[in-house]
Design a protein around this ligand. Structure first.
Ligand SMILES: Nc1ncnc2c1ncn2[C@@H]1O[C@H](COP(=O)(O)OP(=O)(O)O)[C@@H](O)[C@H]1O
Ligand SMILES: [Mg+2]
Length: 240
């Protein structure tokens, strides 16, 4: 069986693409499917198939059930034809629709040798907290599901988190307060920036103190993100 791990949450800005980047580093052989209104995983372009989505949810809903469902046909075909463990980064406002179609198709995909997994990202925001349970319910048709609590907006109340997560494995990504320059490097090069960054050049540009902080920021975020996706990454390559 070939495993396909979807990274989902309808709320934007919660760390789906960051988790995808960490998974991409943890499983360097995995192709990536990016479903979004614009390409974001630029540094991973060489291993990413991009499927554009209309940015506006209302526009998708307005076109009605048939057209809205057909919107995902290409993505689903790409998932069905995976030949090695694959990561799917689902952009904002798209998870619920795409995952429910995948859940319906799970038996057909299984027949074709595809096993589905879901990683739901949840942050301490009402929208993200409200979206998580329906996604996890949908994913009951999947082979595995995982939850990542991204503390980007502070920790989630433990009882609330427990109600969302149930008995699933949950991992925590702490909030990182990055130097602006580290943030900029990250925007351009993704988590791989931690490896690519030229220490000498950073010191030349920013002095030794800030240069070292930038390097430390990038390394810490990369390590934190990779630790936070460890369980789903292990699932992705298990039995491979
Ligand atoms: N725990 C964190 N600490 C600091 N920055 C974070 C954290 N999680 C995510 N970010 C940053 O927040 C922004 C939004 O994350 P992103 O992965 O693009 O969200 P999504 O794909 O869900 O829209 C990115 O700039 C990302 O690097
Ligand atoms: Mg994203």
């Amino acid at each position: 069986m070939i495993k396909v791990l979807c990274v989902g949450q309808d709320k934007g800005g919660v760390g789906k693409s960051l988790a995808t980047r960490a998974l991409a580093e943890a499983v360097p052989s995995a192709p990536i499917i990016e479903v979004d209104s614009t390409r974001r995983l630029l540094e991973l372009e060489h291993r990413t198939s991009f499927f554009p989505m209309r940015a506006e949810r209302s526009e998708i809903e307005r076109t009605g059930g048939k057209a809205a469902r057909a919107e995902f046909d290409d993505v689903i075909n790409a998932i069905a034809s995976a030949t090695e463990p694959t990561i799917v980064d689902i952009g904002a406002n798209t998870s619920k629709s795409l995952l429910s179609i995948l859940a319906d198709l799970a038996p057909d995909l299984a027949e074709g040798g595809i096993e589905l997994g879901l990683l739901v990202i949840v942050t301490n925001e009402p929208g993200a907290i409200a979206e998580a349970p329906p996604l996890l319910t949908t994913a009951k048709a999947f082979d595995a599901s995982f939850v990542l609590e991204n503390r980007l907006r502070g920790p989630i109340d433990p009882a609330t988190l427990k109600a969302i997560v149930g008995s699933r494995p949950v991992s925590v990504l702490p909030e990182f307060n990055l130097e602006d320059q580290a943030q900029q490097i990250l925007q351009g090069a993704g988590l791989i920036a931690a490896e690519l960054v030229d220490a000498k050049k950073l010191t030349e540009l920013h002095g030794i103190a800030l240069g070292a902080r930038i390097r430390r920021d990038l390394t810490a975020l990369r390590l934190g993100a990779m630790q936070a996706v460890r369980k789903p990454a292990e699932w992705l390559v298990s039995g491979a």
